[in-house]
Design a protein around this ligand. Structure first.
Ligand SMILES: [Zn+2]
Length: 253
């Protein structure tokens, strides 16, 4: 079964690559078929087998020989691993489907934020709608919990944004990050969201300091926050309940 799930994950990852490329360009993610981004040659099924095509073509377009971004096989493998991890934790259940779907949206958001410095509103809306559908179906966090989550996720980042605008006169937190974290809160409920938020601040802080120390980024550079939200939310969805249980039993047990 693990093999089937991993193959399924690679296919989904291949579709996520299409979303990452097309959504910021305002193109349909369904039609037309895939083309090379450089020479616009229409790709054949043999060029579209996840990971395998990339390796067989040695990372180059079959038609114009230009280098294909490492992002394509990376996103495919990442998506497969993620869907498999959720499967290991939740089995083939509706919770698995729900969390894996949220994880996929977060992968798309992260790579769009990395290359375009924006988080599309449409993707935040998809999270809100899926969160609502899950509540109606009785999966994951309930309505009230979701509303608390919306506040717990959105309010602290909105506060950071206001403070950095007033005190430092610079944009410390984008509107997209605030909306994304609020939507995550709506989907996951307040407990997992609080954990994801705290984790994202830690991970974001450590990685930003590393990037500054290694001189990969300078102080004025934009460091996208979306990928940190995505990573911490995924950690929280997979191990959150366990971490909370351990935390509560070791400090209040
Ligand atoms: Zn080409």
């Amino acid at each position: 079964m693990d093999f089937v799930i991993l193959m399924f994950g690679l296919l989904i990852g291949s579709f996520l690559n299409v979303c990452i490329y097309r959504i910021p360009r305002g193109e349909s993610v369904v039609f037309p078929g895939s083309r090379c981004p450089y020479c616009r040659a229409r790709l054949k099924p043999a060029d579209l087998v996840p990971v395998v095509s990339f390796l067989l073509l040695k990372g180059r377009c079959r038609y114009c020989s230009r280098l294909i971004s490492w992002r394509y096989p990376f996103v495919e493998v990442l998506t497969a691993c993620l869907i498999w991890l959720f499967y290991r934790h939740y089995g083939i259940t509706l919770t698995w489907a729900y969390y894996a779907f949220i994880g996929c949206i977060l992968i798309v958001v992260s790579f769009i934020d990395l290359s375009h410095q924006e988080i599309p509103n449409g993707l935040v809306l998809v999270l809100m709608v899926v969160g609502l559908a899950a509540k109606l179906a009785g999966i994951g966090a309930g309505f009230i919990d979701g509303l608390y989550g919306l506040l717990v996720g959105g309010a602290p980042l909105a506060l950071i944004a206001v403070i950095s605008l007033l005190a430092l006169r610079r944009e410390g937190m984008g509107g997209g990050d605030i909306k994304l974290m609020a939507a995550v809160g709506w989907c996951l409920g307040w407990r997992l969201t609080a954990m994801a938020l705290i984790l994202s601040i830690y991970i974001g802080g450590v990685v930003s300091i590393m990037l500054l120390c290694l001189k990969i980024k300078c102080r004025k550079d934009y460091i996208p926050y979306g990928p940190f939200i995505a990573l911490s939310t995924i950690i929280s969805m997979i191990w959150g309940e366990r971490i909370l249980h351990w935390y509560i039993s070791s400090f209040w047990g």
